[in-house]
Design a protein around this ligand. Structure first.
Ligand code: ADP
Ligand code: MG
Length: 227
């Protein structure tokens, strides 16, 4: 029997209202992703990629549609989840990587990595060291973000996304601020995560990175574009 998909999105839509105008940022998107699969979302600017990624990551709620992640009905169930339940789901299931890294400049590499765990399950220094090793930044543990290269900052951001052992890593243009060599490195790192069974969903403008994914969602005007 085939495993149940880790992510099942059905007819996800997000409508923003600007005065009397309606913006269908995401318009009926459905897809599935298995554990350990890499999904790339591509499409022109304003096509709804970030809105879709944020809904998958429970950072934004859909106007309609349903989402199941890791066997949990997140959206579209019989009962709407409370903000507290959503917060717990974010911490238990997801790690987030942003293009601009969002590292705290006054905290060391190690402290930045431990930060998402601090409000949740207080990971140990050893756990931080393990993810730093995984990403090859363990010698930078006591450096401040300002002392790092862009590639190193992105590795710290990925390490931070892993500290709570997520089932899904979400990345919005993870290589958008990196040169081609660093992009190749991050590509390899994301692929390694899938080998550990982590599902990676990323938005990217890098076609080479997108083509390396197991599943490619091309979005236009909020809808999946069929080639
Ligand atoms: P992308 O990431 O593909 O560039 P977005 O998901 O950011 O696209 O945006 C999709 C559409 O939704 C755009 O037309 C954008 O202007 C609109 N949009 C996004 N966020 C908001 C918001 N908070 N309020 C109103 N409109 C929004
Ligand atoms: Mg975007």
């Amino acid at each position: 029997m085939a495993d149940k998909p880790l992510i099942t999105a059905r007819d996800l839509s997000k409508i923003y209202r600007r005065g009397s105008e309606e913006v269908r940022a995401v318009d009926g998107v459905s897809f599935e992703a298995a554990a350990g699969e890499m999904v790339a979302i591509i499409g022109p600017s304003g096509s709804g990629k970030t809105t879709l990624l944020n809904m998958i990551g429970c950072l934004d709620n859909p106007t309609s549609g349903s989402l199941e992640v890791g066997g949990r009905q997140v959206f579209g169930g019989r009962k709407e989840l409370s903000e507290r339940e959503l917060t717990l789901i974010r911490r238990e299931l997801f790690g987030y990587v942003f293009q601009k890294f969002y590292l705290i400049p006054t905290l060391t590499v190690e402290e930045n990595i431990l930060l998402p765990g601090a409000f949740y399950r207080s990971p140990s220094a050893k756990e931080a060291r393990d993810v730093m090793k995984l990403l090859g930044i363990e010698r930078r543990y006591d450096h401040l973000p300002g002392e790092l290269s862009g590639g190193e900052m992105q590795r710290v951001a990925v390490a931070r996304a892993l500290i709570n052992n997520p089932k899904v890593v979400l990345a919005d243009e993870p290589t958008g601020s990196l040169d081609s060599r660093r992009t190749e490195e991050i590509k390899g790192i994301l692929r390694d995560l899938t080998r550990q069974g982590i599902t990676v969903v990323m938005v990217t403008h890098n076609l080479d990175l997108a083509r390396s994914a197991d599943r490619l969602l091309e979005i236009r005007d909020g809808r999946i574009h069929k080639a």
